[in-house]
Write a protein that binds this ligand. Structure first.
Ligand code: DGI
Ligand code: FE
Ligand code: FE
Length: 195
């Protein structure tokens, strides 16, 4: 048994609110299920899921200062969309505070909010697990995404990014270039696959 995971859990539980900790556990378990389905190492999926929101112990307004303090580069539109910053800062915390050095885990945490072009399997697993985990109840396409996730993960990622962009546009929220780039990359791949 990987005892590190128990240590990560103890530490995380002290840092996060009860509901955020429950969400993190749930994302870990959902990531493991998707890893079983798509043939990815279960232990890495579990750690990525557990720690993906480890920076959510801070308010969005704190991240710009924290990133500057630790020399983490932020683009201008990242600064305008602070909701995305806990992912980048979370990857930094996973490395520095939890001792995670696996680049696939760090990548998945860093891009779990916006996605990124050319996502790897763990990036996709975490992105989808974060959206479909059992405690989520807001999005109206949850039932369909929960089904699709286990049939075609690429299509699930595409649909979730598309829905997120529509939701942000409707709210008038600033869109991070990375979210847009993720969508363009996925559309291009989808077009090639279907032609
Ligand atoms: O941290 P969680 O709540 O578990 O989920 P998350 O990290 O996926 O964050 C979800 C929120 O991030 C959701 O309300 C959509 C928002 N988001 C994703 N891409 C962008 C964005 N918000 C802005 N402003 N701009 C983006 O590009
Ligand atoms: Fe998050
Ligand atoms: Fe999350």
């Amino acid at each position: 048994m990987n005892t590190d995971i128990l240590e990560y859990r103890r530490k995380l539980k002290k840092k996060l609110s009860e509901t955020r900790y429950e969400h993190s556990l749930s994302v870990a378990f959902t990531s493991v299920c998707l890893a079983m389905r798509y043939g990815y190492p279960l232990d890495k999926a579990e750690v990525a899921g557990l720690l993906h929101d480890c920076a959510k112990c801070y308010a969005d307004s704190e991240f710009i200062h924290k990133c500057e303090k630790h020399g983490i580069f932020l683009s201008e539109d990242e600064k305008k969309a602070p909701a995305v910053l806990h992912a980048k800062y979370g990857a930094w915390m996973a490395r520095e505070k939890y001792g995670i050095h696996d680049e696939e885990i760090l990548s998945a945490i860093a891009c779990h909010t916006t996605g990124k072009p050319d996502m790897g399997l763990l990036d996709k697993i975490l992105y989808v697990a974060d959206y479909i985990e059992v405690r989520r109840d807001k999005a109206d396409n949850l039932a369909e995404m929960r089904r699709l996730a286990f049939i075609d993960i690429d299509e699930a990622v595409y649909q979730i990014v598309k829905g997120t962009l529509a939701y942000l546009n409707a709210k008038g929220s600033p869109i991070d270039t990375m979210t847009k780039n993720t969508f363009d990359d996925l559309e291009e791949r989808r077009r090639k696959k279907h032609e």
